[in-house]
Design a protein around this ligand. Sequence first.
Ligand code: NAD
Ligand code: LMR
Length: 325
Amino acid sequence: MKKPVKVAITGAAGQIAYSLIFRIASGSMLGPDQPVILQLLDIPDSLEKLKGTVMEIDDCAFPLVSGVVATADPMEAFDGTDYALLVGARPRGPGMERKDLLTANGAIFVPQGKALAAKASRDVKVLVVGNPANTNALIAASAAKSLDPKQFTAMVRLDHNRAISQLATKTGVSGNDIDKIIIWGNHSSTQYPDITSTTVAGKPAKSLVDQQWIESDFIPTVQQRGAAIIKARGLSSAASAASAAVDHMRDWALGTNGKWVSMGIPSDGSYGIKPGVVYGYPVTCKDGKYEIVQGLPIDAFSRARMDATDAELREERAAIEDLLA
Ligand code: NAD
Ligand code: LMR
């Protein structure tokens, strides 16, 4: 067995965390030989509920759980943390866009970014799940002065997984047969799910589906999937969001073996997206680091969509400029 690592989860009394904590505790994220100390953060009003979750963690007698901390103090929750999953934030309801949460949720990420900078491991990997995830990641990174902004990422993996599932169903293969799918930009309805480079069991996806399906079915279905789930469930996605968070962190920590995944990361000018936003890019991960897949041809159809989602991210940034350090 390896030495335990510390995993912080915020919003730990909430619905995503109720799935996420148990997946992490059972080894799905960091592997079956990696013990974890769970550092669970929620607000004071939710601590009683969190107590119940902690009792359930205890009752699972997970061999990999070396300790559990439950607290309302970010300084305690992020003390020495190696992995931080920032889930705690208000979810949207029916008829809202995720950016409508900007004012309510943005402010959460300033103190959390500061606490991470003060207390977390210098190598901490941060994943922001709380919406609007890309801009919240920007806020947290900006507040965490002593950490590298590249340590702050936002979750577009749920969109990536949704895109795989839609294409797999359409082409009659398993999701495992699909590679090189991309979510560009924002985790919002402007995101651009792109199958230009995608392969399905080794064949180009574009040779198997027509442009009409891509434009009128695939792209809008992936863009609107969160809203469709809210409509059906009366609550936003939880188990699939937790599963995507596990996938994102596992791949970042343990590597993708050459497969492409989509991560929201600080833009660096790649593909014409100027620095200043957290943007969904295709990446590969190796040795605990991610790298943008470079050199892809971008046609006019893709360019327009990549720029539209970039413009939305810059509008979100302008709306919270006062929160950026
Ligand atoms: P939830 O309401 O069930 O749980 C949120 C929890 O966060 C609550 O327990 C609340 O007390 C806690 N919280 C609020 N402020 C906090 C703070 N400052 N510090 C710590 N905890 C705090 O919500 P949920 O369904 O678990 O969703 C959480 C967030 O994740 C929402 O913003 C939702 O929109 C977002 N989400 C993102 C994705 C994605 O793909 N990026 C997917 C699904 C949901
Ligand atoms: C999702 O994509 O399911 C989440 O971001 C929740 C939402 O508000 O759509």
